[in-house]
Write a protein that binds this ligand. Structure first.
Ligand SMILES: [Fe+2]
Ligand SMILES: [Fe+2]
Length: 222
């Protein structure tokens, strides 16, 4: 199957970049964690790799990368409803590129559903984007690393020194390996803040026929 859209074509297009930069500048102004190019590219890489390692088609891998890259463009309009706004923005970007709708729809449905924590992801592409997005916990995302002013959400990110998502096709497991500095944040705080996203990762993994596994400092929690 020939494919019109490519990850390269999207990252070279200036529109997506402007939305991501605007969103990140707005969040930086209020001290909210990084949501710019780094988060977009990391989500794209992880989403693409999840489907690649599970041997999905190259077309689905490419759509997962594109949707991962664009998933948070809606934050340029504000965080509320950013998934739905982002889907509309991505529709506009992709239509301007004259992409065919059979390639547009899997991308915008993944973007529009990436915060629907109470629902199962509608497609493999959507599941992969959720896994890329929700496993990005990292100290580099915190703008002001001052423990005296960080709220719990920022403190959990600040305490996370390493996050790695391992996909194993033989065992059909998707494992998130976190290294958390417990002097900054006890493990219980990770669950206080991230329980819903952990359950969402489990839902996304199951949509791909896999079990979600969580390790924190080499201890297995799931
Ligand atoms: Fe988001
Ligand atoms: Fe995100």
């Amino acid at each position: 199957m020939s494919q019109y859209l490519s990850f390269d074509k999207i990252t070279k297009n200036n529109d997506g970049l402007v939305y991501l930069r605007t969103a990140d500048e707005n969040f930086a102004a209020i001290g909210y964690k990084e949501h710019g190019l780094r988060h977009a590219q990391l989500t794209a890489n992880i989403a693409g790799n999840v489907l690649k390692f599970l041997e999905y088609s190259s077309a689905e891998v490419e759509m997962a990368r594109i949707a991962g890259y664009l998933h948070d463009v809606g934050n340029a309009m504000g965080q509320n409803d950013h998934a739905q706004n982002g889907a509309i923005i991505a529709l506009d970007i992709l239509e301007k590129l004259k992409a065919p709708y059979d390639e547009i729809f899997p991308i915008i449905s993944a973007i529009g559903s990436h915060e629907d924590k109470d629902m199962a992801p509608p497609t493999a592409v959507a599941a992969a984007v959720i896994l890329g997005d929700k496993t990005d916990v990292n100290h580099t995302r915190v703008r002001t690393p001052d423990l005296a002013v960080l709220d719990t959400h920022a403190r959990v990110n600040y305490a996370c020194q390493r996050a790695f998502l391992r996909v194993n096709k033989d065992t059909m497991t998707i494992s998130l390996e976190l290294t958390i500095d417990t002097a900054i944040c006890p493990v219980i705080e990770y669950f206080e803040i991230f329980l819903s996203r952990t359950k969402f990762c489990r839902k996304a993994s199951r949509a791909l026929g896999c079990e979600f596994v969580l390790y924190i400092n080499k201890d297995k929690f799931l």
